[in-house]
Design a protein around this ligand. Structure first.
Ligand SMILES: [Zn+2]
Length: 103
C-alpha cells in the first residue's frame, strides 16, 4: 500500500486525515524495521506500512503516552478503543458547548 493510500484511511482513533500530520504506529513494536519509513525504496516502505495503523500525530502521541502510563500490557485494540471513547466524549462535549452558544 502506498503512503497516500495508507494515510488516506484516516486516523485509527478519530478518523481524521490531517495532511502533513499523519503517522504510522507499529502494531507490534518488535516487528519494526528501523529506518524503513525513511527508505527511498517504495517496496520497503509498503512492507513496513503493512505492520502499522495510521494515526494523526495527536493520537499517535496519546497511544505512546498510554503505553508508558500503565497501559503497557494492554492489547493495542484496547488502547485504541479507550482513546476512541475519550475522543467521542470530547466531541459530544464540544457539540454541547456549541449548542449552548447558539441558543
Ligand atoms: Zn486522531
Amino acid at each position: 500500500m502506498a503512503r497516500s493510500e495508507f494515510y488516506g484511511r484516516g486516523c485509527g482513533v478519530c478518523g481524521g486525515v490531517i495532511t502533513g500530520a499523519m503517522s504510522a504506529h507499529h502494531i507490534d513494536a518488535d516487528q519494526k524495521d528501523p529506518g524503513a519509513m525513511r527508505s527511498l525504496k517504495e517496496e520497503r516502505v509498503r512492507d513496513e506500512l503493512e505492520k502499522c495503523i495510521p494515526l494523526c500525530h495527536n493520537h499517535h502521541f496519546q497511544v505512546h503516552a498510554a503505553l508508558s502510563n500503565g497501559c503497557a500490557t494492554w492489547p493495542l485494540e484496547d488502547i485504541i478503543a479507550k482513546l476512541k471513547r475519550e475522543h467521542r466524549a470530547w466531541v459530544l462535549e464540544q457539540a454541547a458547548e456549541l449548542t449552548k452558544e447558539t441558543l
